[in-house]
Design a protein around this ligand. Structure first.
Ligand SMILES: *Cc1c(COP(=O)(O)O)cnc(C)c1O
Length: 250
């Protein structure tokens, strides 16, 4: 596949377009070009990398504008904010992913209103999501969040505890375990970025070797998506590069 063919319904950039893209469609296109380049560098087909637009703090109108450019999958961190956007945008066929920390009193609404959850990191939450998933919906697609930076304050399960959690999650009837998600500590050099993502990939491959049928590595954000794709990311979660800097503290 040619890099320029990547992504659905993307308008062509006119020659002479300013390199610092400023419309939503230009920013989306620029991210697809970055994905295509990183995939090509990794010897991968760019179609194996999905773009999840991380839209926290951006309002429904901004999500609508990005959807009009051809983006359909959106990731949200805050339940109330997400539910409001979903209501405003219910005329669109969007796929919603929950990517933020999960409190137990939020699991029912998450199980009811999202297709995916990337941030499962303890069994109690997984059990609640499974039990509360409405039976008329397909199983909730989930990733287990892995803590690779070893910071106790950060979300995610420790690598040593991953196999037991994955085994338990994979048995829950309302969930379908798809893979792993990680948010490594920010690093500016590519070698450090890649080392963290490599740890996630190795943990993922170890689960596959134990018999789990996984296909998703959710890793890479605006600053490190290239390194993540080099290490096997199948979903990159991109906020700033698509929507601009967040003004609210998030
Ligand atoms: C905000 C957020 C992103 C996107 O981060 P950017 O650096 O703005 O691209 C990705 N993943 C999660 C879990 C987030 O909270």
């Amino acid at each position: 596949m040619n890099a320029m063919d990547n992504g659905p319904n993307l308008p062509k950039l006119e020659s002479g377009t300013h390199p610092f893209a400023s419309t939503p469609c230009e920013r989306l296109r620029a991210v697809h070009v970055r994905i295509a380049r990183a995939a090509a560098d990794a010897g991968r087909d760019a179609a194996t990398v999905r773009l999840l637009a991380a839209s926290k703090t951006f309002d429904a109108a901004e999500v609508r504008a990005m959807a009009a450019c051809g983006q359909h999958e959106f990731g949200e961190n805050y339940l109330q904010e997400a539910l409001e956007k979903q209501t405003t945008l219910r005329d669109l066929q969007l796929e919603w992913h929950f990517i933020g920390p999960i409190q137990s009193n939020k699991t029912r609404a998450i199980a009811e209103h999202f297709s995916w959850v990337h941030s499962v990191d303890r069994l109690k939450i997984a059990e609640r999501l499974s039990a509360q998933r409405p039976p008329d919906l397909p199983p909730l697609q989930v990733c287990i969040e892995l803590n690779v930076s070893g910071e106790a304050s950060k979300g995610g399960v420790a690598v040593a505890e991953l196999p037991v959690l994955a085994e338990a999650v994979s048995r829950l009837p309302g969930l379908r375990l798809r893979g792993l998600m990680a948010i490594p500590a920010p690093a500016t050099d590519v070698a450090t970025q890649r080392a963290a993502f490599r740890q996630v990939r190795e943990a993922y491959e170890a689960l596959i070797a134990r018999g789990h049928a996984l296909d998703t590595l959710s890793m890479g954000m605006s600053a490190d998506l290239d390194a993540a794709i080099r290490e096997g990311a199948t979903i990159v979660r991109i906020g700033t590069a698509l929507f601009g800097e967040r003004i609210k503290n998030a």
